[in-house]
Write a protein that binds this ligand. Structure first.
Ligand code: SF4
Ligand code: SF4
Length: 386
């Protein structure tokens, strides 16, 4: 095999606005010969739903890119499922609504998969940071896994794209445990590589029509970048897309860690780019400013608080004592005596709350975190918080 043949391929199509995104996505997938990938396949589309914000804030995968992917999957004989566990922990359904992604799923008659509400599976991970994780079983019930990241900066990893989007596979507050244990950017890069090695995605389609520079999902500013990227190599996709906004792949710990493991190619010289070349950047993203969570002690403390901010709590007057919550708990943390009691072994996945048929399992917030949580989730109705 020649070196040229050994290269990964990334397609980058230019796209001035979301009214043209369907054509750009289809063209990018045709460039890398992936349009027939979906035929007869249950295809999971993993969006990025870090915040509960409308599409114009560019913090989430744009609904029109999702619409384009759903239609492409259907037109090519596949069955699309749209999945996420949102960054506003415990409120995935509400985040789907607030972002406009839920409406698109409904309009296009796709299946919405709230990853917090699934049967969970303990997966052994022989990783550098992770030994195991509880992950939604539906990941192993789909034939094709497609990640749909947003092109944006991240306060810890500088850039977040196709690889880091998979942190959202971890249900509820359990995703915070990764940030808590892998408490430096380099270790977080390794943890993200661990997840991607454990759950290999087949394809990534990057929403770079409007990206987000500066302070990441919370404080970042939208920037028109006018691109859509696609590749079966997520490491290469991230490397090319970050280079296109002026960030070297070597600056991004997720790319560095995943490339070193051989998950994909992170060096531009090893990547064949069809379309807009990384030597002609579309933007020069401002980097995230100083971030206290880059200090491992601060990171451990903040993510511990965030992980444990919400706790499943039963409203006894509404509970039917049916036992569903105990059945779905992946770590057997619930006992019925006769009311459900939650033990400290809870991993904050919130499957019990999502699956309670009576809506009797709510989320209780520690009093001293209540105003911080409400500030973080100010766009949401917080229907099931006590
Ligand atoms: S699932 Fe809901 S109704 Fe059933 S026992 Fe648990 S809290 Fe009660
Ligand atoms: S009690 Fe069990 S199901 Fe409920 S959040 Fe905790 S680990 Fe998840």
């Amino acid at each position: 095999m020649t070196r040229e043949n050994a290269k990964s391929t990334v397609a980058v199509r230019e796209c001035a606005g979301y009214d043209g995104v369907a054509e750009a996505v289809a063209a990018a997938l045709a460039d890398i010969r992936q349009l027939e990938t979906f035929r007869g396949k249950r295809t999971l589309l993993k969006v990025n739903l870090m915040r509960a914000t409308p599409p114009e804030q560019a913090r989430t995968t744009h609904p029109e890119l999702l619409r384009a992917m759903i239609r492409i999957v259907k037109e090519h004989g596949g069955t699309p499922l749209v999945a996420e566990s949102a960054g506003i922990i415990g409120f995935t359904e509400e985040c789907f609504e607030a972002s406009g992604l839920g409406a698109v799923v409904q309009q296009e008659e796709a299946e919405l998969v709230n990853l917090d509400a699934q049967d969970m599976r303990r997966v052994a991970i022989d990783g550098k940071e992770l030994r195991s994780a509880y992950l939604p079983a539906i990941l192993w019930e789909c034939d094709v896994l497609v990640t749909l990241p947003k092109l944006k900066t991240h306060t810890l990893t500088t850039f977040t794209g196709a690889l880091k989007n998979q942190v959202g596979l971890l249900p509820g507050g359990s995703k915070c445990a990764i940030h808590r244990t892998a408490s430096t950017p380099a270790r977080l890069g390794e943890a993200v590589a661990d997840i991607n090695a454990a759950v290999p995605f087949h394809l990534g389609v990057m929403d770079g029509v409007v990206g987000l520079e500066g302070g990441g999902s919370v404080k970042g500013k939208p920037v028109a970048c006018g691109i859509v990227g696609a590749s079966t190599d997520l490491v290469a996709l991230d490397a090319v897309c970050c280079a296109l906004v002026g960030i070297a792949p070597e600056e991004v710990p997720t790319t560095v860690a995943a490339a070193a493991r051989g998950i994909g190619r992170g060096t531009l010289a090893d990547i064949r780019v069809i379309g807009r070349q990384p030597t002609e950047p579309v933007a020069s993203f401002a980097r995230p400013g100083p971030e206290p969570k880059r200090n491992p002690l601060v990171a451990k403390a903040v993510y511990r608080l965030r992980e444990q901010a919400l706790w499943p709590a039963v409203v006894r007057s509404e509970c039917r004592q049916c036992g569903t919550c105990a059945e779905v708990c992946p770590v057997d943390a619930i006992t019925l005596d006769p009311w459900p009691t939650v033990a400290r072994s809870c991993i904050y996945c919130f499957a019990c709350r999502e699956r309670c048929p009576a809506g009797a399992m709510r989320l209780s917030c520690k009093w001293y975190l209540r105003s911080a949580f409400r500030g973080r989730a100010k766009e949401l109705p917080l229907r099931h918080m006590l």
